[in-house]
Design a protein around this ligand. Structure first.
Ligand code: SF4
Length: 279
């Protein structure tokens, strides 16, 4: 399939392809908008997504050294009581893990199979012991299994891309896979940090896997993008009425919002206004 010249492969669109090739084709090939709701409780879904996006912005501001008392005031003013819990979990469990040089909300790009590959990292930490640690903040309602996390495109892409593009951050000559760890931290489960180390073998496997995915997408004709056989994927897919896979959305309690990015939810907060909040 011919992709637009400015198309970047990301964890999100590659995961779409893995979950359902036809969804990838509709979304990125045809750019088809479809109005079906992602889950039954659309309003709560939207609110949960926006809460997660606000939390990500708070953490970003914290890491950029906005004084904590200002952020505490924002948290206190937040309409959702979950924010207070997540924020306390963050300040009580995460900062002591962050010694070293920080690269906050950093975008890295590289070429693979003749296409641009992009990833946006919540935090890349070059620790005091010169290890490279990727932090990803998750506001999911469930804590996924480690084997599921290891299989996600995000885990495979973020670690691989850091090897290829990370040296540009500090003009280092190279990063070895063994120096990299990916940490998933779950705001609702603060003590359950999931640390996923890397090695040369897995790096080569990931490189081959992602190269294969990108090449496969490029080589497929439109009719080759098959609908998934996993009907569970359809329960939370906006195209299900288009595909005749049911018009009713799945339930929010069953939905795993792991792959959604904070950018998927519009925010009305302008953090430039932080200074204007009265204390
Ligand atoms: S409804 Fe199912 S088959 Fe259709 S695009 Fe979505 S996941 Fe694929």
């Amino acid at each position: 399939m011919r992709l637009p010249k400015d198309f970047d492969f990301t964890q999100s669109n590659l995961q779409d392809y893995v979950d359902c090739p036809y969804r990838f084709y509709l979304r990125y090939g045809l750019r088809l908008k479809w109005p079906a709701l992602l889950v039954d409780e659309a309003l709560q879904f939207e609110q949960h997504g926006q809460l997660g996006a606000r939390f990500h912005q708070l953490v970003q501001q914290y890491l950029l050294e906005i004084p904590q008392d200002r952020l505490d005031a924002l948290v206190a003013a937040d309409p959702d009581p979950k924010m207070q819990i997540w924020w306390e979990n963050f300040v009580n469990h995460v900062p002591d893990k962050l010694g070293g040089d920080k690269f906050v909300e950093t975008i890295l790009t590289s070429d693979l199979a003749g296409q641009r590959l992009t990833a946006k990292y919540d935090l890349i930490l070059v620790s005091d012991t010169a290890d490279w640690i990727i932090f990803d903040w998750k506001t999911t309602q469930k804590r996924p299994r480690v084997d599921w996390l290891l299989s996600r495109v995000q885990t495979r892409l973020y670690r691989m891309l850091l090897i290829q593009a990370g040296p540009t951050l500090i003009k280092d000559s190279e990063i070895s896979p063994e120096e990299i760890t990916m940490n998933y931290w779950f705001a609702a489960f603060p003590e359950a940090l999931v640390s996923l180390p890397y090695d040369q073998t897995q790096y080569e496997i990931d490189q081959a896997y992602l190269t294969g995915l990108i090449s496969e997408i490029q080589d497929l004709q439109p009719e080759g993008f098959a609908k998934t056989n996993d009907i569970n994927q359809c329960r939370f897919c906006v195209y299900r009425s288009h595909c005749d896979r049911g018009v009713e959305a799945g339930s929010l309690t069953d939905f795993e919002d792991f792959g959604l990015e904070s950018e998927d939810f519009e925010l009305e907060i302008d953090f430039e206004d932080i200074a204007e909040i009265s204390f």
